[in-house]
Design a protein around this ligand. Sequence first.
Ligand code: ADP
Ligand code: MG
Length: 704
Amino acid sequence: MSSKLVNVAEIFGEDVFNDTVMQERLPKKVYKKLKETIEEGKELDLATADVIAHEMKEWAIEKGATHYTHWFQPLTGFTAEKHDSFISAPLPSGKVLMSFSGKELIKGEPDASSFPSGGLRATFEARGYTAWDCTSPAFVRKDAAGAILCIPTAFCSYTGEALDEKTPLLRSMEAVNKEALRLIRLFGNTTSKKVTPSVGPEQEYFLVDADKFLQRKDLIYTGRTLFGAMPPKGQELDDHYFGSIRQKIAAFMKDVNEELWKLGVAAKTQHNEVAPAQHELAPIYAEANIAVDHNQIVMKTLKKVACQHGMKCLLHEKPFAGVNGSGKHNNWSITTDDGINLLDPGKTPHENIQFLLVLACILKAVDTHADLLRESAADPGNDHRLGANEAPPAIVSIFLGEQLQDVVEQLISTGEATHSIKGGKLETGVTTLPDLTKDATDRNRTSPFAFTGNKFEFRMVGSRESIAGPNVVLNTIVAEAFSEACDILEKAEDFNGAVHDLIKTCLTEHQRIIFNGNGYSEEWVAEAERRGLPNLKSMVEAIPSLTTEKAVALFEKFNVFTKAELESRVEIKYENYSKAINIEAKAMIDIAAKQIIPAVIRYTRSLADTVLSVKEAGADASVQAELLSEVSELLKEAKKALKALEAVTDKAAEKEEGKEQAEFFYYHVIPAMAELRAPVDALEMKVDKEIWPMPSYGDLLFEV
Ligand code: ADP
Ligand code: MG
C-alpha cells in the first residue's frame, strides 16, 4: 500500500517485457525474427529462442525475479502456474548460476494429470505441454512469493488437443483474420495485412469486509451467500450507482490501478455499480488474446489488493440474492493492422457498404449461433443472473439503435438505403453550458448484444469466468459468416449488384434476431418464442449446444475445435457444474446443521425460559409465547428441508458423472436448496441478532 502519488506514464508497463524492452535488449536480428513470429506467425528457431530467453531472464532478475512460470489457463476457469527457480545445479565452488534456456522458454511440461481434460487424456498418458504464446507479453508479478517471471502459454495434450482457453482463442483469431482479409480485399483494400478482434471487458465485483467474510462459511466455500434475508435497505434508492467513492474504496482502487498499470493493463474507468458495495473496473480495449490475459490479471489483482486493504473481493456472479449480480461486458470489434475498425459505420452508415455487409454478417452469425453464444456465457453462478430481472435475459438478441435500425429497415423494404438519421445537438436549455453533440443512438441496457457506436457489447458474460470462451465463439461465428459471404462475392460478375442483394437477403432472413425493446419484459419472452429464438435458461440446458451438428461443422471448418475437443469440453462443463452445486449443497447442509439450527435452538430455549419467568412474575407472556411458537414452527420446517437436501445430495453422488448427474443437480438439488433457504431466511428475520451465527446482508453490504 502506498500513499505516494505516482506518475502513470512512468510506471506504465514497467514490469512487462514489452516491445520497448525487447527493442532495447535484443540484438537487432533477434528482435526482427521475434516480431515476425508475433506478427506473421513465422516459426521461431531454438538459437533465437535461446537469446530471447537469456535477455528475458536478465531483465526479470533485475526486477527481483527468482522464479519463472509458464502461466496457463486450464479449463478450471482460473490460471495455473508451476514455479521453477532460475538456479542451475550448484557449481564445484558451491555457488549457483542463474540460467534459462530457449527450450525452457518455449516449452514446459507441467504434470497435467490433475487438470480437467474431459477424457482427452487418460491418466496413464498424462503428458501435457505448455507452449509459449509470444503474442502476449511476459511480465514480472510481485507478491508474497517474491517476484516471478510469468510467461503466457497455451496448454495442449501430448497429441496436440487443446486443454485450455487460449489455444482455441488463438485459433479463432486466425480464422477471423483470414476471412476478414478476404472480405476487405473485395472492397479494394490491398494494404491491410492483418485483422484482429479487439476486446474491452468491463469487470464488475463486490467488496466486503474481510473479518465479516471469514464469519461466513458460504462465502468462503462457494463465493456466494447461500442464506441471507434482505436488509431493510437494498438498492432501491439507486444512491450507490456512480455515487462518490468512499475513501477506503478509493485507496483500494488507487493500489489496484497502480499494480495494473505496472503490468501494462490500461485500467481506465472505475465507478460504483448499481448494488451497494458493487464496483466496476474497465481497461482500454486490447487485442483479444491480450485482453483475455489481462482480464485474468485484473481479477487476480482485485483479489490480492482487497486482502491488503482488509477486504475481500467477490467475483461471483450472484453473491447476494435479491441484489444485482455482477457481469462482464465484453466489448468486441475487429480492426485492421492499419487502424481501420470494420465496425465503424462512419457518419453516413447508409453509404458505407462494407460496414453494412459486416453488420449483415454479424446479424446472421448471431442468429444462426445464438445457442452457442448463450452457452459461452454459461457457468453455475451466471444461472442466477441471466434471465433474472436485472441482467440480460437468457435469450440472445441484438440491439441496433435508432440509426442503424432505420438503415436496416430501408434496406429490407426497398433494397436501398438513402439516408441516415443524424445525432444532432443536445439542448440543455442553459446558455452557459456548451452545446453537446448527441450520439445518433441511445443505449439499451437490457440487450444482451448491443451495438454501441463502433463495437458490439456482449453483456451476458459472467463476472467470474474467463472471457476466452465468449470471444472464441464470436470470432468463429463471424469468420463463418464472412467466409460464406466471400464465397458468393468472389464469384460475382457484378460485385455491386451482388453485394446489395446479399446484404438485403441476409438482413431479411435474420431480422428476427433484432430486438430494440425491453429485454426484461415478459412480452419479450413470448415474442422471442414466436420468433423461434432459443431461450436456454440454465447452464445444463445450454451445454448441449456445443456438440450439435451445426456447431461441430462450424468449429471443425475453421480448425477451432475438433469434435473430440468439443465432446471433452461438454464433459468438463457438466463435471464443473456438478462439482459447483455439490459444494454449495454440502456447504448449506454444514452451515444449517452446525451453525443455524443450533443457534435457533439456543434462542428457543431462552424464549421458553423467558415465557416461564414472565408468567411466574404474573405478567402477560403471550408475545414471547407467540414468537416461540413461530420460531419453533420455522425450525421444524428448516430441519425437514435439511433432511431432504441431505438425501437428494447423497442421491446425486450415485448418478453417473456427466450429463445425468448435472441434470440431477439442476432439477433436484437446486430446488431442495431453495426449500431449505426459505425457512432459514424467515428465521433470520425473527431470531435475536446477537444469536444469529453470521453477519447479515446489511452488515456485509453497508459496512464495508
Ligand atoms: P461505453 O460507454 O459504450 O460502455 P466505454 O468507452 O465506456 O464505452 O468503453 C467500454 C469498454 O469498451 C472499454 O473497455 C473500452 O476500452 C472498450 N472499447 C471501446 N471501443 C472499443 C472497440 N472499438 N473495440 C472493443 N472495445 C472497445
Ligand atoms: Mg459499457
